[in-house]
Design a protein around this ligand. Structure first.
Ligand code: NAP
Ligand code: MG
Length: 497
């Protein structure tokens, strides 16, 4: 369904939307062992999109068994890297070919702008699958310099069964960040998508089988965190968990591992990234454009969102004025409407949470813009972009991850103070620095506690560079060849000659 110049007719496609809604195990669909379901709701209008099978411990057992059988018989784990490449390249192609459906799925299920899911999430996901597909038959092992009496090789082996537990902000992309390197390396996977947005991962699993992935290698168990998520964490036969989500739940996965089989736990957790703007920046318009992008992309529901803006006092008023102009121009609305430039939050619950922070911000800082709930008549979860200025370090809106379209602004006087303020956080996922002084850029980037520092941009991200945090933002890296570190173990083989 395409109209001549404006692409797909999203509203019409939404009317006909019929998502997969059952558990995917061993290449086939099944209901939960309990027979129960849960509702996934669209934050676009608060309506139930689908009743989805509510996977729990018994379903995770079945998925892990299927994954283990597939791993042990070598149907994928011992296939030639060139064969894995072929299948994953075909999956990348199928993601693109089914792009409109996948883009619509995340727009309806997660409330993301379809203009973004169709141009960023879907092509980005296809590109990541393609990248790992192309990488996997170009990785060589090592021969250790042990001398003439032995041959010692160091090779990368798949771990076995990998559990992946992911959040709702980039449902398709987060699944792909875990699946692409895990599968490329030869592992089997049990994936639990977020309760708020389970639908695109189910379709992705079906596409993977269509691409030629053998049955049982990828299993998807939708369900609740406290049920299916915990069952993955505690499972005695899952070798590693790759988690993206909150710091609080990340810590639970560490305890699950300790209480069960000491599985490896890789954590991509929360953030409260600082965006530091120095007084020497000539192009303050660019800094304002990207500061707005940095806290409003995906309605602010981004782990690396630039939620704290630190501006040199001499440029503070000027930058805040430029920024507020841009924030005021945002059109918050239906994620399927071409006019919308910001969609709803993922759920009514998330909107209540953000509103709680707006209330505390009103008491602890100065509200410069926004704060309201919008479009309540639609039944959707719409929040006005919100900016607080003169925010003290003690304020909750300065310290805590809000995961919504809320910016906290503060002024600084010296470089030393800027670095100290930026680093005064339990998180260390990302940071941005704006300066026209190369020496300062290099010096400050080196001192910031962050997995990624973007200079004269925000949130720099690409499949070629590792992404992940320090401190309580977690450890381990997604993307790039470094992601393979968490989905493989090094095997030393020593042959005495
Ligand atoms: P979350 O509540 O931590 O949930 C993440 C996943 O864990 C979901 O699948 C969730 O299931 C599951 N889960 C929840 N409680 C659990 C439990 N007790 N045991 C086992 N699993 C459990 O996070 P979220 O609200 O979905 O996402 C927002 C958070 O993700 C933010 O903190 C954000 O910073 C972080 N995030 C980090 C990155 C990164 O790369 N660092 C990227 C994106 C998001 P349910 O859906 O059923 O709750
Ligand atoms: Mg939903």
């Amino acid at each position: 369904m395409t109209s001549p110049d404006s692409g797909p007719d999203w509203a019409a496609l939404a009317e006909a939307f019929t998502p997969r809604r059952r558990i995917f195990v061993d290449g086939d669909w099944r209901d939960a062992v309990s027979g129960e379901t849960f509702a996934t709701v669209s934050p676009r209008d608060g309506r139930v999109l689908a009743e989805v099978a509510r996977g729990a411990a018994a379903d995770v057992d079945a998925a892990a068994d299927s994954a283990r059988r597939a791993f042990e018989d070598g149907r994928w784990s011992r296939s030639a890297p060139a064969e894995r490449k072929r299948v994953l390249l075909r999956l990348a192609e199928l993601i693109e070919r089914n792009g409109a459906e996948l883009a619509l799925t995340d727009a309806l299920d997660g409330g993301k702008l379809v203009a973004e899911t169709s141009t960023v999430d879907v092509p980005g996901s296809a590109a990541i699958v393609q990248w790992y597909a192309e990488a996997i038959d170009k990785l060589y092992g090592e021969v250790a310099p042990v001398g003439p009496s032995a041959l010692a090789t160091v090779t990368r082996e798949p771990l076995g069964v990998v559990g992946a537990v992911i959040p709702w902000n980039y449902p398709l992309e987060m699944a792909v960040w875990k699946l692409a390197p895990a599968l490329a390396a030869g592992n089997s996977v049990v994936l639990k998508p977020a309760e708020e947005s389970p639908l695109s991962a189910l379709r992705l699993a079906e596409l993977a089988v269509e691409a030629g992935l053998p049955d049982g290698v990828l299993n998807v168990v939708p369900g609740l965190g406290v049920e299916a998520g915990q069952a993955i964490g505690l499972h005695p036969d899952i070798d590693a968990v790759a988690f993206t989500g909150s710091t609080e739940v990340g810590k639970l996965f560490q305890t699950y591992a300790g209480r069960s089989n000491m599985k490896q736990v890789w954590l991509e957790c929360g953030g409260k990234s600082a965006n530091v703007v120095f007084d020497d920046v000539e192009d303050l318009d660019a800094a304002a454009d990207l500061a707005v992008f940095g806290f409003l992309a995906c309605s602010g529901q981004v782990c690396s969102a630039n939620a704290r803006l630190l501006v040199h006092r001499s440029r503070h008023d000027e930058l805040v004025a430029l920024l507020l102009d841009r924030v005021a121009a945002k059109v918050v609305g239906d994620p399927l409407a071409a006019a919308s430039t910001m969609g709803p939050l993922v759920s009514a619950k998330q909107l209540d949470r953000v509103q709680g922070y707006v209330e505390s911000g009103r008491r602890e800082a100065t509200l410069a813009f926004g704060g309201a709930r919008l479009h309540t008549e639609t039944g959707g979860s719409y929040q006005e972009p919100t900016v607080f200025v003169d925010v003290p370090q003690s304020a909750a809106v300065w310290r805590e991850e809000i995961f919504g379209p809320v910016l906290a602004v503060a002024a600084f006087d010296t470089e030393e103070e800027a670095v100290r303020l930026a680093n005064a956080s339990p998180y260390g996922l990302a940071a941005s620095v704006w300066t026209d002084d190369l020496r300062r850029a290099h010096r400050v980037a080196g001192r910031l506690d962050a997995g990624t520092v973007s200079v004269n941009t925000v949130d720099a991200l690409d499949v070629t560079v590792p992404f992940g945090g320090v401190k309580q933002s977690g450890y381990g890296r997604d993307l790039s060849l470094h992601a393979l570190d968490k989905f493989t173990s090094l095997k030393t083989t020593w042959i005495q000659l």
